[in-house]
Design a protein around this ligand. Structure first.
Ligand SMILES: O=C1O[C@H](COP(=O)(O)O)[C@@H](O)[C@H](O)[C@H]1O
Length: 241
């Protein structure tokens, strides 16, 4: 695990963008495409806007395939739909062709949407191991990542796939990649800002005993890849390092 702590958000975003571009350019040079999984929530919006403006000439964006680590069970036009924020801040400004963007189809039931999304991923990887080049993750105050929320059934899943999960405290379904699928990625980066996340960050990174039921982000341990944490000082405030 690589832990990076920043005084300022600008420097953090610059380093994270540079990292994404490096991995992306290497993937395109090696395989002709870059499989990039986006996160939702509020934290990545500025990053997406910068990738689409400041860094628009630093990667062959037309060779990138975009996926979502999780989605809310709302319509694609709802402001809470993760795909909408990504579309507005990153995908439309870069003119990404529609068949390079894998949105979760929330017009289906959550179980059907999850199964359809898993099928699309499997087809994209021609039935082989779905090892994404880069998965960007956020983390909530409760240590959830993607839609792997504390005390939910999906945490016990041994599937390398996508599942529907009912999140009781939000009284709603989510659709999420399982930890098994996320952990096949070649590179994973957590982007975490703010003091409200400081306790969760400490538990996930420094806790001696694993408690994935209450701190699901502890499940993220890539099998053959690398995980890097990009934290601001507030999020890192409780760490011993
Ligand atoms: O609900 C979600 O929350 C997490 C964290 O979001 P943030 O707003 O605290 O940055 C996010 O990673 C996930 O994709 C999203 O669905």
């Amino acid at each position: 695990m690589n832990l990076l702590i920043y005084h300022g958000k600008d420097e953090l975003l610059e380093d994270l963008a540079t990292f994404i571009l490096k991995v992306g350019n290497e993937a395109i040079a090696e395989n002709g495409r870059f499989n990039f999984v986006l996160t939702g929530g509020s934290s990545p919006k500025t990053l997406y806007q910068q990738l689409a403006t400041k860094y628009k000439d630093d990667l062959d964006w037309q060779q990138v395939y975009f996926f979502f680590g999780d989605e809310r069970n709302v319509s694609a036009t709802d402001k809470d739909y993760n795909g909408l924020m990504a579309a507005e801040s990153l995908l439309r400004p870069l003119n990404i062709q529609e068949d390079h963007i894998f949105y979760v189809n929330t017009s289906l039931s959550p179980v059907e949407a999850a199964s359809a999304y898993q099928n699309e991923i499997n087809m994209h990887f021609n039935g082989g191991l779905p090892a994404f080049d880069f998965i960007l993750l956020g983390m909530g105050d409760d240590a959830h990542t993607a839609s792997l929320f504390p005390e939910t059934e999906i945490l016990e899943s041994s599937e390398v796939g996508v599942e529907a999960v009912f999140v009781e405290k939000l009284n709603t379904y989510r659709i999420s990649m399982t930890a098994g699928l996320i952990n096949h990625a070649k590179n994973i980066a957590f982007l975490v800002f703010g003091k409200s996340k400081a306790d969760a960050v400490k538990q996930v990174i420094e806790s001696e005993e694993e408690d994935t039921t209450h701190y699901p982000a502890q499940l993220i341990k890539p099998y053959n890849g690398h995980v890097t944490w990009f934290l601001d000082q507030e999020a890192a405030a409780n760490l011993n390092t």
